[in-house]
Design a protein around this ligand. Structure first.
Ligand SMILES: NC(=O)C1=CN([C@@H]2O[C@H](COP(=O)(O)OP(=O)(O)OC[C@H]3O[C@@H](n4cnc5c(N)ncnc54)[C@H](OP(=O)(O)O)[C@@H]3O)[C@@H](O)[C@H]2O)[C@H](O)CC1
Ligand SMILES: [K+]
Length: 460
């Protein structure tokens, strides 16, 4: 098994075909999928009655296998089948299940096997109502492969009022929707069932935690990394970024701003000098521009000046509203951009990109700009050089002002430590999420920043 690869529906079909070419049959795969899913449902149900909703395709076929396996273990199982099987494997699975479907059911555990990766369009009103009525009538809900009514490749919800699940059992490999919003918020716990799918040619993977290293014995503040945060009209955002950078590994963080700020800690060095001069410092390892910058002519001049200096650079917030193809330097490989959903759309427009879905948009923007793209949000997609990773979900308490500035500060600090833009972005997302877990509920951006050192410690 390749537990981190994430496949599109088409790639999943190719992977399935490779297994079949290697001697498997759809029926044998369905038996393995159904038995694997039944094992989880058996444990979760703890003797409670189970209702399986079966659709017409192979996802429905999995449902008949699940019903048969659970019934053989003595479980009270009912099947609701609004559409008869249409595939050979599902027809066989239905024939092997020794039961008659019911019109209505009232078990305690609901198992959704209506549609999986083959869903081609929104559910009809009748099917959508059957699904939501059954889900509401059960206290525990399990989705097999995918919740029905969702787009496997983009994570989009194709119908309104789709149910939330307690457990989603991915079959064979993760699909994009398992980790992309808005669907990923409906999944509950996620578990992957091994069907023998090996490493394929996927350009998408689940992000793995980074390994950080502490300073060497002879390290000093400059060798650990000098980061420059450039302030603008709203100094508070740059201060948050600089404070986060200070706690994320760089030995020295400078904040360039003509304004001072009462919350600026003494260990962030405030300079009020010339931008060109600050950028010309040979010892400078990374630059952040954007948080609180402003969007006027002066801000545009600052962004153009920074990009003209060819330093490892993070562009965030206002700098992303200014960025355009003309500003991209000849070697953009040292630049990380960190757009949220709205900024991603603006950038796609600016770079002439017309694609559906966050992964496709991030990959296309990385290709068009040559930069590394961290499309941040409740799902974080990192794209560079034709490859993308999605990070596991972070605490929802991160939805508070200033946390994006902190993320940009962490990434800048990691680039100052010598990490590539991709590695720095991955570290930033992971450390940010861990700091949020450590900070507990209802933290402010300052509370999050205070937890960064301990969060970094988890990855040393
Ligand atoms: N990949 C593997 O290794 C294995 C996967 N398994 C399971 O199989 C499904 C995928 O099966 P598939 O049959 O391709 O797809 P679905 O079960 O999701 O359903 C497709 C059928 O439903 C019809 N359809 C599509 N959209 C709708 C709709 N909105 N309303 C009604 N009907 C719809 C579609 O026909 P159309 O021609 O009408 O489009 C198909 O008939 C995967 O998710 C796994 O659960 C196997 O277990 C084996 C291993
Ligand atoms: K399903």
């Amino acid at each position: 098994m390749a537990p981190n690869q994430i496949l599109t529906a088409a790639q999943m079909r190719s992977a399935e075909q490779r297994l079949i070419d290697g001697g498997e049959t759809v029926e044998s795969l369905m038996e393995r999928a159904g038995a694997g899913a039944a094992e989880w449902i058996w444990r979760l149900s703890g003797g409670r009655a189970v209702t399986v909703l079966c659709g017409p395709g192979n996802n429905g076929g999995d449902g008949y296998v699940i019903a048969r396996v659970l019934a053989a273990r003595g479980c009270d199982v009912q099947v609701v089948a609004p559409i008869a099987p249409v595939t050979d494997a599902a027809t066989t699975a239905r024939a092997r299940w020794n039961g008659t479907p019911v019109q209505r059911a009232s078990g305690e555990v609901f198992v959704d096997c209506l549609f999986g990766t083959g869903l081609a369009r929104p559910l009809s009103d009748d099917l959508a109502h059957s699904l939501s009525d059954l889900a509401l009538a059960h206290e525990t809900r399990v989705a097999v492969d995918l919740p029905s009514g969702v787009h496997s490749d983009t994570g989009a919800l194709l119908n309104d009022h789709l149910p939330d699940y307690d457990l989603t059992l991915a079959l064979g490999a993760w699909k994009c929707a398992h980790w992309l919003m808005p669907v990923s918020a409906k999944m509950g716990e996620r578990r992957l069932i091994d069907l023998g799918v090996g490493e394929g040619s996927s350009d998408l993977a689940l992000a793995q935690p980074p390994r950080l290293r502490g300073p060497a014995a002879d390290e000093h503040k400059y060798s650990r990394g000098l980061a420059l945060v450039i302030g603008g009209e709203m100094i508070g955002a740059a201060v948050l970024a600089a404070r986060a950078a200070q706690h994320s590994g760089a030995g020295y963080v400078k904040l360039l701003s003509e304004h001072s700020h009462p919350d600026l800690p003494a260990d962030v060095v405030h300079i009020d000098g010339d931008l060109e001069e600050a950028l010309a410092d040979e010892r400078l390892n990374a630059v952040l521009v954007g948080p609180g910058l402003g969007r006027g002519d002066l801000a545009r001049h600052v962004v153009a000046t920074v990009l003209g200096h060819d330093r490892p650079t993070v562009l965030d917030a206002d700098a992303l509203a200014i960025l355009s193809p003309e500003l991209v330097p000849s070697d953009p490989s040292r630049i990380l951009i960190t757009p949220h959903a709205g900024e991603l759309l603006t950038l796609c427009k600016a770079f002439g990109i017309v694609r559906e879905g966050k992964v496709e948009q991030a990959l296309a923007l990385a290709e068009a700009s040559g930069m590394t793209v961290l499309a941040k949000g409740p799902d974080n997609v990192l794209a560079a050089a034709g490859k993308a990773t999605i990070s596991p979900p972070a605490p929802q308490w991160l939805s508070t002002a200033g946390t994006g500035d902190a993320l940009a500060g962490i990434a800048t600090s990691r680039m100052a430590c010598g990490e590539t833009p991709s590695a720095a972005a991955l570290t930033a997302v992971t450390v940010h999420a861990e700091a949020a877990r450590l900070a507990g509920p209802m933290f402010s951006a300052s509370g999050l920043i205070a937890s960064i050192p301990e969060a970094c410690g988890s990855f040393l």
